[in-house]
Design a protein around this ligand. Structure first.
Ligand code: KIV
Ligand code: ZN
Length: 513
């Protein structure tokens, strides 16, 4: 592999899943993993197998499905964690165990309550154990950017001596700045005697909004693996956004002569997929994938764009897979045309999801004069996301207006059994959510309710995001429909389905990755 090739390590399904509310079930992880594989991601971190039975099964399922990328599982520096990760990864064609331990004085003293020499011993033991399962072992020194430099050098050297092929230098708390991080990577390159036997990896959190800048600085200093997530999902303020780091490398090749294996034309598609599955909307002004990233509002800009797009666009919308709004189909379009449209949009989905999406497309075409590619994408992602939901919306009728309290009549299906109710509320959304609560549980609290239109026009589909909280656990649900109330009900029910999964999951102690 060329020395200028940067490996892309995606951790959307591990660190990204640590975003409060962003849980993913097994099928959702398989779907994201396939999209990442197709996109050319080198390593997919699919989860943290010891965290729960659900996470174990999700990593195992991804390991069975994915052949084009290496599948990775995270573990702390404990034998049981490492063995569990190895077990989950067994079916993978190419597997990596990623084991980590804290290396900063603060973390070692407060969290691990260990002396530095004990930590070095743990590094040897954990990496050796991981190497007994696979040749491909990554070691991370948690909170490396606040570590003592002499100790960090010894820790990295120890990990490589024990057999780590990748050494990751995380900025766990998003504390560093580009020139400092550049110097840290250079320092390791110059001082660790066996550094040429491993790939240096970087993993940056975005607490100061510097994750991408720091990652790029590290690449310029010699790092050849970047850990990142789609849409910058991740713990707290998130991780380095894959779409940003990859497009920066592509667009500024003149300044940074590095390549990745990412098919950038899949960026927009996969951003939407992850946003739908996690229920995390993308902010409109987000670089690369925000709705406004390629929009030109001012007259001067529009004039320049008409003369030559390069006046105000440093990359083309097509290079990130953004398509011109296409009027696609109408209510007379048949199933075969619908299926071929899906293939053109890059979908490969099962018959059940196609049937559901086709029925919803027909309903939408009845209500909406013009159906665009964006409508189809919203609708299909929405159908696929809820394919295996235990709770499903069957029907909804809402009465509201100026003449009294709003009321909602609703039918939902729970584990195959249809239940019906009527509820009132302070407005149509409140009545709809009260009906759902009557039929399910009332222990969750609504934290966020957000609506946005998929396309322009008053007949546009609504995409709704709902965040629920229960006993300190949060989940986000998403729903799309031409009717805002139906979209709202779908979003609330989607969040409830995630809460069911969350109730079964519990995170292991002292996990602060
Ligand atoms: O932020 C962090 O330090 C991590 C490690 C597990 C790599 O997520
Ligand atoms: Zn992290």
């Amino acid at each position: 592999m060329s020395t200028n090739r940067v490996l892309i390590f995606d951790t959307t399904m591990r660190d990204g899943e640590q975003s409060p509310g962003a849980s993913m079930n097994r099928d959702e992880k398989i779907r994201i993993a396939k999209a990442l594989e197709e996109m050319g991601v080198d390593i997919i971190e699919a989860g943290f197998p010891i965290a729960s039975q659900g996470d174990f099964e999700a990593v195992q399922a991804v390991a069975k499905e994915i052949t084009g990328s290496t599948v990775c599982g995270l573990s702390r520096a404990a034998k049981a964690d490492i063995d569990r990760a190895a077990e989950a990864l067994k079916p993978a064609k190419r597997r990596r165990i990623h084991t980590f331990i804290a290396v900063s004085p603060l973390h070692m003293r407060v969290k691990l309550q260990m002396q530095p020499e004990q930590v070095l011993q743990m590094i040897t033991d954990s990496v050796t154990r991981a190497r007994s399962h696979t040749d491909d072992v990554e070691w991370s020194g948690e909170d490396a950017t606040r570590a003592d430099h002499d100790f960090l050098c010894r820790a990295v050297e120890t990990a490589i001596n024990a057999g780590a092929r990748t050494v990751n230098i995380p900025d766990t708390v998003g504390y560093t700045v580009p020139d400092e991080y550049h110097a840290l990577i250079k320092m390791l390159t110059n001082r660790v005697p066996n550094i040429d036997k491993a790939v240096i990896s970087v993993h940056c959190h975005n607490d100061l909004g510097l994750a991408v800048a720091n990652s790029l600085a590290a690449v310029q200093a010699g790092a050849r693996q970047v850990e990142c997530t789609i849409n910058g999902l991740g713990e707290r303020a998130g991780n380095c956004a894959m779409e940003e780091v990859v497009m920066a490398l592509r667009t500024r090749k003149d300044h940074m002569p590095f390549t990745t294996g990412i098919k950038t034309e899949m960026i927009t598609r996969n951003s939407h997929l992850v946003s739908t599955i996690t229920g995390f909307p993308v902010q409109p002004n987000k670089a690369i994938v925000g709705a406004n990233a390629f929009a030109h509002e001012s007259g001067i800009h529009q004039d320049g764009m008409l003369k030559d797009a390069s006046t105000y666009e440093i990359m083309t919308p097509e290079s990130v897979g953004l398509r011109k709004s296409n009027l696609v189909m109408g209510k007379l379009s048949g199933r075969a045309a619908f299926r071929s449209k899906l293939i053109e949009l890059g979908y490969e989905i099962g018959d059940n999801a196609i049937n559901d999406a086709f029925k919803r497309f027909k309903d939408l075409a009845d209500k909406k004069r013009e159906v665009f590619d964006e409508d189809i994408i919203a609708l299909v992602d929405d159908s696929v996301v809820r394919e295996n939901d235990r709770i499903k919306l069957v029907s909804l009728e809402v009465i509201c207006g100026t003449k009294g309290a709003a009321s909602a009549a609703m039918e939902i299906e729970i584990d195959g059994i249809v239940k019906a109710t009527k509820a009132s509320g302070d407005g149509p959304v409140d009545a709809t959510f009260n009906a759902i609560k009557q039929l399910t549980t009332n222990t969750q609290h609504l934290q966020i309710y957000q609506v946005h239109a998929v396309t322009g026009g008053t007949d546009a589909q609504a995409e709704v995001m709902v965040r629920l909280e229960e006993n300190g656990k949060t989940v986000q649900g998403q729903g799309a429909d031409a009717d805002t109330l139906v979209a709202s009900a779908r979003a609330y029910i989607n969040a409830l389905n995630k809460l069911l999964v969350k109730r079964e999951k519990s995170a292991p102690a002292a996990m602060s990755a």
